[in-house]
Design a protein around this ligand. Structure first.
Ligand code: PMV
Length: 337
């Protein structure tokens, strides 16, 4: 390909968790309290180019054409420090990243962002990592990014709870999940594309530290994951949806019970949830999941997606509704220099 040891471009897509990642047991290494499982989408790609600049004294990061400042820029520089450590090279980098998804709106822009950055930066710095190692690396940028390294359905292992930090770090990566073909679609209702009031990082911390519902949810999530694997393995979309919906509602319950409460769900969210219930009463299998924001993703069969999308549009006339399917994992683009 056109990749050289000094420049590389990668593309990654967001993923939506059906079994949620919510809560870290190690903030620095981004080790989660629980395993999680997601579907990588075929919409909202992030494209990131990383070029080494031997003359630069600082990394230069551009997000959608604007110089990244503050927290967003710091997170990327911290991540590049890690890549420099792994590569033994000290060169600063010029990073140009383009997101087609609203940033920080609970639409997983950090997942596609850090998956693309991990793949592009590893190539630009000349470190040869397999998919497992790329997933571990992406995890250090944003936990959910570990799953966007893979296409389709992926499970992210929390990693061993005993032993050294290095052992835990080695054991916490994503991998593809064996599934029967359920021909799934996610109908995405963007009810508010603005940035969230509380970052997922802060919300997780507050939930783990203060919510009396956190432990029970984390424990029940183990059974949800086991049930989800079985349901995916036998291609049972109804069961997949039911498990995903209960796991997501449980996650939101943990944060509603945090002190002070974190509430991402809005009236428009609830309007979509009501419509999803109505669809089920009308014998259309449709199941909702929500992340760190008011937007709703509705899992259904691809054949039912147009009907589900119409119902959701009707519930939130001011929203934007689109249909996503399973997408590819993060990958390099050829022809770059
Ligand atoms: O990786 P982060 O810090 O963006 O956290 C994402 C957490 C959720 O999207 C709410 C759940 C998940 O598993 O993706």
């Amino acid at each position: 390909s056109g990749q050289t040891a000094t420049g590389a471009t990668a593309v990654a897509h967001p993923n939506i968790a059906l079994i949620k990642y919510w809560g870290k047991r190690d903030e620095r290494l981004i080790l989660p309290c629980t395993d999680s499982l997601s579907m990588t989408l075929d919409v909202f790609p992030t494209t990131t180019r990383v070029r080494l600049d031997p003359d630069a004294e600082q990394d230069e990061v551009t997000l959608n054409g604007d110089r990244a400042t503050g927290e967003a820029g710091r997170r990327i520089t911290t991540f590049l420090e890690l890549v420099r450590e792994l590569s033994g090279l000290e060169h600063r980098a010029v990073v140009d990243t383009r997101n087609t998804v609203p940033t920080g709106a609970g639409l997983a822009s950090s997942a596609s962002g850090f998956a693309a950055l991990a793949v592009a930066a590893a190539a630009a710095y000349g470190i040869d990592l397999d998919a497992t190692a790329l997933s571990r690396l992406a995890r250090r940028g944003s936990g959910s990014a570990s799953r966007s390294v893979f296409g389709g359905f992926a499970v992210w292992h929390a990693g061993p709870d005993t032993g050294t930090a290095a052992e835990a770090d080695l054991g916490s990566y994503a991998e593809p999940v064996p599934t029967a073909d359920i021909d799934p679609a996610l109908v995405i209702a963007v009810v508010n594309a603005g940035p969230k009031a509380v970052s997922s990082r802060e919300a997780m911390r507050r939930t783990v530290d203060t919510s009396p519902l956190y432990r029970p949810w984390a424990d029940s999530s183990k059974q949800d994951l086991a049930d989800m694997r079985t349901a995916l393995g036998r291609g049972d979309l109804e069961a997949v949806g039911e498990i995903a919906e209960r796991n997501a509602l449980g996650m939101h319950a943990t944060m509603l019970a945090a002190r002070p409460a974190v509430r991402y769900l809005s009236p428009a969210t609830v309007a979509v949830l009501d419509r999803v219930l109505q669809l089920r009463q009308d014998s259309v299998p449709a199941y909702a999941t929500m992340d760190a924001g008011p937007n709703v993703k509705v899992l259904c069969r691809r054949a039912d997606a147009p009907r589900v999308a119409d119902a959701v549009r009707d519930a939130v006339p001011d929203g934007t509704v689109l249909v996503a399917g399973p997408g590819r994992g993060a990958h390099l683009l050829g022809g770059d220099g």
